[in-house]
Design a protein. Structure first.
Length: 366
């Protein structure tokens, strides 16, 4: 046998000796889905590939080969998340990276309760009660709403009244509003009225009536997704002159429909999110620092991408630390280390002003 053939044989044997780890990324990014931009989809896919490439060498020394895949579905059908979870669990996935929307993530977990899962952004209170096998990168609504209420109080400049306008068909939005109201009441803010809306282009007739009835209202709590939120803001332009308070559904300067979609410089406020600017977040963990050495144009610049990179970092640490050789052993290791995925950057406040969303500061950074 020639030396070359012998080397190929060794390399082939080493490759086959690697433990393959299937990981499925399940998200509402079907080509028919109009609630997320094509750029978001491309950046998510690019983030997964960057994470795979930059962890490949270390994982190989630990005896592993990651096999990430994507499974996309329609945002209008959360049950698809459950069915896809069942399919991926049946196909042997060691871990599922779940949807960013809380109700979708809860549906996914119901379809694969015994498989470790991590959500990119889910924040609803129910998510925190799922147990050690199911984690979210984002802080829960209870924490974000508390910080939002305190920030709103600081910005009222002597006033204390607000209206709440909430998408009733959004689990996380309703949950955030409930926690906000509880904290607001405890610090002297007064909710004048709560109005429920539905869909991405909601009817704002009752909201307009409430504003005209309460001309001195200081701010509107609007903890909804970006399409619904900007529709409300634009519809109230010229009628409402206070500020808006958002949860993490508004998006940021790169993603979502609020940025640059407002029709008036009078539309302003702030939103709370579980992510600092991407560059700042990347500096906080080893894979992130490696990513910062890439060309700037190669780095997807959004919170969900930051979550993907953090997931690859913690997943690599968990595999190499546990030496798990099957999914059952990995699940046991995940139960011990899963909290390392959770809320690593505290809560960040972003200002909305003149159609621009910009970072202000972070609170409670781990």
């Amino acid at each position: 046998m020639s030396a070359f053939v012998f080397l190929l044989t060794l390399l082939s044997a080493h490759s086959w000796a690697l433990t393959r780890v299937p990981v499925a990324f399940v998200e509402a990014l079907s080509p028919r889905d109009s609630t997320s931009s094509e750029k978001f989809k491309k950046d998510l896919e690019a983030s997964i590939e960057i994470g795979r490439k930059l962890t490949e060498a270390r994982l190989k020394t630990c005896g592993y080969e990651l096999q990430p895949k994507t499974a996309f579905y329609d945002a209008g059908d959360a049950l698809q998340a459950k069915e896809l979870a069942k399919t991926e669990e049946k196909n042997g996935a060691w871990m599922l990276v779940g949807p960013r929307r809380s109700n979708h993530y809860l549906a996914l977990v119901s379809g694969a309760a015994s498989t470790p899962t991590v959500s990119l952004m889910a924040t609803a209170t129910e998510v925190g009660a799922l147990g050690p096998l199911h984690q979210t990168i984002a802080p829960l609504n209870s924490k974000m709403a508390e910080i939002a209420a305190v920030e709103a109080k600081a910005r009222t400049k002597g006033g204390s009244t607000y209206l709440s306008v909430v998408n009733g068909d959004c689990l996380s939005c309703v949950d955030f509003a409930s926690h906000f109201d509880a904290k607001a009441k405890s610090i002297g803010l007064k909710k004048l009225e709560e109005l429920t809306i539905t869909g991405d282009v909601p009817d704002v007739t009752k909201v307009l009536e409430a504003i005209r009835k309460n001309p001195g209202v200081k701010f509107i709590l609007l903890p909804n997704y970006s399409k619904s939120s900007i529709h409300v803001m634009n519809s109230l332009d010229g009628e409402f002159f206070g500020f808006y308070v958002g949860a993490d559904g508004w998006g940021d300067s790169k993603f979502g429909y609020v940025q640059k979609a407002s029709r008036s410089d009078q539309i302003n406020g702030f939103t709370v999110r579980g992510f600092p600017p991407v560059e700042s977040g990347l500096k906080s963990f080893s894979l992130g620092r490696a990513i910062l050495k890439l060309k700037t144009e190669e780095i997807p610049n959004a919170g969900p991408s930051l979550s993907v990179f953090k997931i690859f970092n913690v997943l690599t640490d968990t595999l190499c630390g546990s030496k798990a050789r099957d999914s059952e052993a990995f699940s046991k290791a995940f139960q011990k280390s899963g909290k390392k995925f959770s809320a690593p950057w505290g809560v960040s406040i972003y200002d909305l002003k003149s159609g621009e969303i910009s970072y202000k500061r972070s609170i409670g950074v781990n």
